[in-house]
Design a protein around this ligand. Structure first.
Ligand code: HEC
Ligand code: HEC
Ligand code: HEC
Length: 280
């Protein structure tokens, strides 16, 4: 299997290269630091991303009105496009020199002269040389760096001891408890398994208290740590009481998929990649 390696420091461009051993290396270029100001929490909103959504809409409007030969509407959207495009360089000065401002000026002139075919050709060039080329280098790294969830500072408070623990530690404890239940059940040591199950339930309740650091709605916590999770663990408890190893195994599995794996699918990979980019 290829080892996937992310080289994040000395890089000049996103690219794939092959090392002597034929292993594939992927490099990712980090965006300039000033981009951070245009994302939460430094900003109230993800201003950068919303500018990008507007740019896409403006590009579409220009394409459509050029095709319809609706020159007045075309000019209106071209003006908005120009403003938002220039705002890239105001927000991130490091990118100012990369901008194809001349192309936009030529587009404006073509619109004024009614040369719509020229305008369309210029717009395609803008999309390719500016939008797409910047995206190829920075889109993924910016999204991960500024929008992937950051668990490095989230603390989980224990209801019992009022102590706070980092996510990584809480996770190690959860894994240990889940496996302890399975081992003790297989070896017919139900008391040990039940004690571990009690603690697991308590730890999950503690974990649930951390969701609100990022999610306002209670339903979000509920969708992973709510009834389905409690039902599965209830069946595990029944299995332990009855000495039914098979039942315990089945519902520990159901729980691990529906709680641990589902939550990981939503958060863990992104959080790990973000950590690689930030060194957290
Ligand atoms: C100098 C760099 C740069 C230029 C030029 C640029 N973008 Fe972007 N764009 C980005 C970055 C960085 C992101 C990633 C933002 C994120 O995901 O948080 C992005 C993301 C986007 C997105 C969101 C994509 C998605 O994931 O849905 C759209 C839409 C977009 N850009 C449109 C445009 C258009 C249209 C243009 C050209 C008119 C353009 N951008 C020019 C840097 C640039
Ligand atoms: C560090 C921030 C953070 C924490 C803490 C966090 N999440 Fe998330 N979660 C996110 C982000 C970011 C997304 C991506 C979608 C979004 O923007 O809502 C997401 C998505 C989700 C989704 C899918 C979309 C939705 O809103 O239904 C669920 C379900 C979810 N999280 C559950 C949880 C649960 C349960 C916990 C606590 C055990 C939790 N999250 C803790 C950041 C976080
Ligand atoms: C918020 C939803 C969420 C739930 C529910 C969850 N995890 Fe995690 N888990 C994470 C996140 C996020 C990370 C990455 C933490 C980090 O990067 O610091 C993680 C990391 C881990 C790790 C790696 C720890 C490390 O130090 O690298 C293990 C092991 C783990 N989880 C086990 C479990 C088990 C077992 C369960 C179920 C009993 C579970 N997790 C439930 C979100 C969750």
């Amino acid at each position: 299997m290829n080892r996937l390696m992310l080289f994040l420091l000395l890089l000049t461009a996103s690219q794939t290269t092959f090392t002597k051993e034929g292993e594939k290396e992927i490099t990712l270029q980090l965006p300039p630091a000033s981009l951070e100001k245009w994302y939460r929490p430094a900003n109230e909103r993800d201003v950068w991303l919303h500018t990008m959504f507007r740019l896409r809409r403006e590009m579409q409007a220009v394409t459509e009105y050029a095709a319809l030969e609706e020159v007045q509407l075309l000019k209106k959207w071209l003006k908005k496009l120009q403003e938002d495009y220039l705002s890239i360089g105001k927000m991130v000065p490091e990118w100012r020199d990369e901008l194809e401002t001349e192309l936009l000026e030529k587009m404006t002139r073509a619109a004024a002269d009614g040369k719509l075919a020229d305008l369309q050709a210029l717009q395609r060039k803008l999309a390719k040389t500016s939008c797409q080329s910047c995206h190829a280098e920075y889109k993924l790294s910016a999204a991960l760096r500024y929008r992937a969830p950051d668990f490095s500072k989230i603390m989980v408070e224990s209801e019992e001891t009022k102590e706070e623990e980092k996510y990584g530690r809480v996770m190690s404890r959860l894994t240990l408890l889940v496996n302890r239940i399975k081992i003790a059940s297989d070896d017919k040591r139900p008391e040990t398994a039940v004690t571990a199950l009690d603690e697991l339930e308590q730890r999950l309740a503690d974990l649930g208290g951390s969701c609100s650091s990022c999610h306002k709605q209670e339903a979000t916590r509920e969708s992973i740590l709510g009834k389905a999770s409690q039902d599965a663990l209830g069946k595990v408890r029944e299995g332990l009481a009855a000495g039914d190893t098979k039942k315990v195994g089945r519902f520990v599995g159901e729980f691990a998929v529906g709680v641990c794996a589902d939550c990981h699918a939503l958060h863990r990979l992104q959080s790990s990649l973000r950590g690689l980019l930030t060194g957290d």
